[in-house]
Design a protein around this ligand. Structure first.
Ligand code: FES
Length: 129
């Protein structure tokens, strides 16, 4: 599984969004600002993370909003990351298409993956970490 996990086990999970604000089968874009916890997530720009949240029904996956083709954000319009049939993520730049695990299955970067982040839930919130 593609990931950007940390070796820093002491950082606390970061609240991302209330679960009530997510819709089954839909995606949501979110940008979070990070403090010292940034090191935990290993981002090259450690003060912010641009994320895609995909509520797939039986699970919620969170990916870094950066296409493995050339690193652009996937969406043109806010929260619009899915194909018309809502089965896959699609990059609006050159149509790279990603399955539920974030692996490119069509387009210019087959086999490459979006970076996925580990999440948990706590008191009705989706938490990063
Ligand atoms: S940047 Fe996403 S397909 Fe080219």
């Amino acid at each position: 599984m593609p990931s950007e996990y940390s070796t820093n086990k002491t950082a606390k999970p970061i609240p991302l969004i209330a679960l009530d604000d997510l819709t089954v089968g839909e995606t949501k874009g979110i940008e979070i600002k990070l403090g010292d916890d940034a090191i935990k997530f290993g981002d090259k720009e450690p003060k912010r993370l641009d994320l895609i949240i995909w509520h797939q029904g039986n699970e919620i996956r969170v990916f870094k909003n950066s296409c493995p083709h050339v690193g652009l954000p996937l969406e043109t319009f806010p929260d619009r990351f899915l194909t018309a049939d809502k089965k896959y993520l699609i990059c609006s730049a050159h149509a790279a298409t990603f399955n539920h695990e974030g692996v490119c299955i069509a387009g210019p970067c087959p086999g490459k993956s979006l970076i996925e982040y580990k999440t948990t839930t706590l008191d009705g919130w989706l938490m990063l970490g």
